[in-house]
Ligand binder design. Structure first.
Ligand SMILES: Cc1ncc(COP(=O)(O)O)c(C=O)c1O
Length: 396
């Protein structure tokens, strides 16, 4: 059998890799899960009622482009959150969670070549793994741009060689960033938009953590693009209910883009998409319209940020996240730290290297880190963070 070459060098996905590292060793205590970023706070109880009230919709194939109510709910949310006016007919498209869109955007929008050469898709390193698969799937070269302490934990695309930028068709950027919790400010976005205008590439902005923040709401790429008077096709932004509303299983996200980009993504989805069932679209529209539960969710994460500051504040190199729900903690070797922590305490964390690739000089920028998710109930998070401090840092 002939299988495609393009996926033959893929590393195993982060979680099977973690199981292979830990699961043949016994945990050294009651297990605390701090690996996967699966939101666990309660979602609003009325979501269940709304789904039940709309079950007749299971009798119909759902519309690919989303119900008018759902598209309007996306636009109303963007207007409230970013003061940006969108057209529900031409600027938005529902997604089955942002991950699906982050993959398919490359299929729909990345050209086969640029300036007669193989196209490049830029991505931060470490990164959400679907970006790499999307690039590989369309035959583009994924270029991993380290997002380290020195670069403020965001990739500095402006520092790339002209040869790379000349081939760049798109960049992925995640703000607030998974795993580091860094937030792109207005200046970062404007510089990136200017770079993209100069070299004529698109920005795929993954903003699915935008509502989980400590102090001020992160500025959104759509606001900055509006202020900059950018080409409406320049920016493609992704949002999701998974983190905002603790509904990772509902699979509701959406993408905002210029009319041409939206039309291309919509057309591709006509052929290949599996639209969100109608009862879920009805529930999602109501969830996007409600902010009370989002405030409550944020308050719960704030308590966890404070808890992390209290427990880990004296750890050298510790910096609490500005946003998102991960800690990105410096250690000597992330794999060794994760294994030793598991064996000594039963706390499961993810080695940073599982979220990153070697850079051009062969260095993996995630190697000296562990990622710790703050999604578990508060007492578990407290126990986990205390074990991390005592076992990995020995700091009281
Ligand atoms: C950075 C990032 N982007 C996108 C997603 C996808 O989220 P969803 O498909 O649930 O919207 C995740 C989920 O963990 C993520 O961490």
């Amino acid at each position: 059998m002939n299988f495609p070459e393009r996926f033959s060098n893929l590393p195993a996905y982060a979680f099977p890799r973690l199981r292979a590292l830990l699961d043949h060793h016994a945990p050294g205590g009651d297990v605390v899960h701090m690996t996967i970023g699966e939101p666990k706070h309660a979602f609003p109880a009325w979501v269940t009622d709304l789904i039940s009230e709309n079950t007749a919709g299971f009798n119909s194939y759902p519309p690919n482009e989303g119900t008018p109510e759902l598209r309007q709910a996306f636009c109303d949310w963007v207007a409230r959150r970013y003061d940006v006016t969108l057209d529900p007919e031409t600027n938005v498209l529902p997604l089955n969670g942002s991950r699906e869109g982050l993959y398919n955007v490359a299929m729909a929008l990345c050209p086969e070549s640029k300036n007669g050469q193989r196209p490049v898709v830029l991505m931060p390193n470490p990164f959400y793994q679907v970006y790499m698969l999307a690039a590989i799937s369309v035959g583009a070269e994924p270029v991993f741009v380290s997002a380290t302490e020195a670069s403020g934990h965001l990739p500095d695309y402006t520092s790339l060689p002209a040869e790379v930028l000349a081939r760049t068709v798109a960049c992925y950027i995640c703000s607030p960033a998974n795993p580091q919790g860094a937030v792109a400010d207005h200046a970062y976005w404007s510089d990136l938009i200017a770079l993209a205008e100069q070299h004529d590439f698109q920005i795929f902005a993954d903003e699915c953590y935008s509502e989980i923040y400590r102090d001020a709401p992160p500025v959104g790429v759509l606001q900055v693009a509006r202020d900059a008077g950018a080409d409406p096709e320049r920016v493609v932004a992704f949002h999701s209910l998974s983190k905002r509303s603790n509904l990772p299983g509902l699979r509701s996200g959406f993408v905002v883009a210029g009319p041409q980009s939206t039309a291309r993504m919509r057309q591709l989805r006509m052929y290949t998409g599996a639209p969100l069932p109608l009862p879920l679209q009805a529930a999602a529209a109501a969830v996007w319209a409600d902010e009370a539960h989002v405030d409550d969710n944020r308050a719960q994460y704030r308590e966890k940020y404070d808890m992390a500051d209290r427990i880990l504040g004296n750890v050298p190199g510790y910096k609490g996240p500005e946003a998102g729900f991960f800690l990105w903690l410096p250690v000597e070797d992330g794999e060794a730290a994760a294994l030793s922590l598991w064996q000594a305490t039963g706390v499961r964390v993810l080695p940073g290297a599982y979220l990153s690739q070697n850079d051009a000089s062969g260095v993996n920028p995630g190697k000296g880190y562990i990622r710790v998710a703050l999604v578990a109930p508060k007492p578990d998070v407290e126990r986990g963070l205390t074990a991390i401090r005592d076992h990995l840092y020995g700091t009281q």
